[in-house]
Ligand binder design. Structure first.
Ligand code: ADP
Ligand code: ZN
Length: 229
């Protein structure tokens, strides 16, 4: 197996609080490693914008910054993972978000004789997360994150990655109340998942309060892939 094909078959979890930069890093790693990006938040937002039943169910939870119930979340994410071409690696972003989801993921992978290879935890202090989330804008089409221009205070109008200039918007759950709730949920329900992966010897800690490029290098280093990409 070549080194490149080792990267494309990696099964990773990008872990961290809301606003840690998981989405930004995922976009880079997707190109660099050739793995699929599976974001539970993006899957829910897709359902929301298509007005599906699942989207309607998820809306209230998402807008308050609460977790959508496991009964629907686990099935949605595992279906997506199960639909990837066999042998194709993936990067989970936003899932698992509690220990029940982590166990369900583990069981589903074991049934396919698969396992998670690495968990990359990007950590950022709460005050920096609050600052980032209140300045965050997103492309409706490709989900690429943007921030306000520091000089003008304005967000960009169009996405530079989308050929027809995808529309930029601010998420309904990036309001101060929802952000505060998401951070509480993260510390109470999601952070304990770290112990699960630490005990399994799979965890890498990366300080995320640094430039996008240096966090990207640190992630590649942690995966032992610096030389290949
Ligand atoms: P962020 O990481 O910025 O908080 P996401 O885009 O990952 O946001 O998720 C947005 C919202 O979607 C969450 O606040 C939650 O309501 C819902 N959600 C996403 N992933 C999960 C999950 N694994 N379990 C339950 N709810 C989830
Ligand atoms: Zn875009």
């Amino acid at each position: 197996m070549t080194r490149a094909s080792v990267a494309t078959s990696l099964r990773l979890i990008l872990f961290g609080p809301p606003g840690a930069g998981k989405g930004t890093q995922a976009q880079m790693l997707k190109e660099q490693l050739g793995v699929e990006h599976v974001s539970s938040g993006d899957l829910f937002r897709h359902h929301l914008s298509n007005g599906t039943e699942l989207g309607e169910l998820a809306r209230g939870y998402m807008n308050r910054g609460a977790l959508v119930p496991d009964e629907v979340t686990i099935e949605m994410v595992l279906d997506r993972v199960g639909s990837l071409p066999s042998g194709r690696g993936f990067m989970l972003d936003g899932f698992p978000r509690n220990t029940n989801q982590a166990r369900a993921l583990n069981d589903a992978l074991l049934q396919q004789s698969q396992r998670i290879d690495r968990v990359v935890h990007i950590s950022v202090p709460d005050d920096e997360l609050i600052r980032r989330l209140s300045n965050r804008y997103i492309c409706r089409k490709c989900q690429k994150p943007f921030t306000r221009n520091p000089a003008s205070g304005e967000p960009p109008r169009n996405c530079d990655d989308c050929a027809d200039g995808g529309d930029i918007y601010q998420r309904d759950d990036d309001t101060p109340d929802a952000v505060a709730n998401r951070l509480t949920v993260y510390h109470e329900e999601t952070a304990p998942v770290l112990d699960y992966y630490r005990d399994a010897g799979l965890l890498d800690n990366i300080p995320g309060d640094a430039s996008v490029e240096s966090v990207n290098r640190a992630v590649l280093d942690a995966l032992g892939l610096t030389a290949e990409v």
